[in-house]
Design a protein around this ligand. Structure first.
Ligand code: AMP
Ligand code: MN
Ligand code: MN
Ligand code: MN
Length: 282
């Protein structure tokens, strides 16, 4: 008897509780398998700590595993996310880069806590201390959840809108290491660098073209072209950019939380047939 063919669905953007996701790497990969995913990447923010556990869970569930990470990076005043796919999770160069970014994250959260205390009358310092005690990768999403738990917002989106997003009391502009450094660290670890959710940076058509050009010139190889909740218009724009810059295309859910129904693992449209999927090169 031949083994059943593996699903062609490649979800290359998944978060576990090693960053701001809520599931363990093992539970996350079991859920991905249940949802019909055939290839799965763990892409926690600024850490590869969950990759060993995720690899074992994928082996048990018959999934192909891709070790990955989502690195915070800066370009032209924007905060960007760069996915590294197929990385060596034990690479010293990548490890050093990620440790530096995590230090910046903690400094930024402390500053956010101060501002929430001074400008919004919230117990910001205590909230941040609680978040930082519970994770090696503190994110604004952890803080958003803590604000909801204390009744300061109805949900995470409202936390961002009132306290954490641009134009709010807790907004802290960030100077992350540049995309050139992020991409160099990912490539030193043998990874393929993919620009995550390019449609979410608020960049106009021309600025997005410049960003994608700069990303490719710095050694970036792919764009995330199809994701959960993306409009057909955004997908078409990104597919056109990938074609125009001769870049690989990626697919992913950006799943964090099983209680949010809109982006379960594996939910996104197929890529246009003429694009080259990054999963085929890993
Ligand atoms: P950080 O990396 O610390 O800036 O935190 C950003 C994380 O918060 C992202 O990776 C998302 O998971 C989440 N996030 C960003 N914006 C929102 C929003 N408006 N509503 C809910 N979650 C968000
Ligand atoms: Mn996140
Ligand atoms: Mn992201
Ligand atoms: Mn993500």
């Amino acid at each position: 008897m031949t083994a059943p063919a593996r699903s062609a669905v490649a979800d290359l953007h998944l978060h576990s509780h090693h960053s701001d996701g809520l599931l363990s790497p093992a539970a996350l990969m079991r859920l991905a398998a249940e949802r019909g995913v055939g290839t799965a990447a763990l892409t926690d923010h600024d850490t590869t700590a969950g990759c060993d556990e995720a690899a074992a869970a994928c082996a048990a569930a018959g999934l192909r595993f891709v070790p990955g990470v989502e690195v915070s990076a800066g370009w032209d005043g924007l905060s960007l996310h760069v996915l590294g796919l197929g990385v060596d999770a034990a690479s010293p160069a990548l490890d050093a880069h990620l440790a530096e970014v995590r230090t910046l994250r903690r400094e930024r959260l402390a500053e956010i806590g101060d501002r929430l205390e001074r400008r919004a009358g919230l117990p910001g310092r205590e909230l941040v201390a609680g978040v930082c005690a519970g994770t090696a990768v503190p994110t604004r999403l952890h803080l958003a959840r803590a604000l909801v738990a204390l009744g300061h917002a109805r949900d995470e989106a409202e936390s961002f809108k009132r306290f954490l997003g641009r134009g709010t009391p807790g907004h802290v502009p960030m100077a992350w290491p540049g995309i050139d450094r992020a991409i160099a660290a990912l490539r030193a670890a043998g990874g393929v660098a993919v620009l995550a959710h390019p449609h979410r940076y608020g960049a106009s058509g021309g600025a997005l073209r410049r960003l994608v050009g700069a990303f490719r010139d710095a050694g970036g190889q792919g764009l995330e072209v199809s994701m959960a909740g993306m409009s057909p218009r955004d997908r078409d724009r990104l597919a056109t950019l990938a074609r125009g810059h001769a870049m690989l295309a990626s697919t992913g859910s950006d799943f964090h939380d099983p209680a949010l129904p809109w982006n379960p693992p594996g939910r996104f449209d197929k890529l246009p047939a003429d694009l080259d999927h990054v999963a085929a090169t890993l």
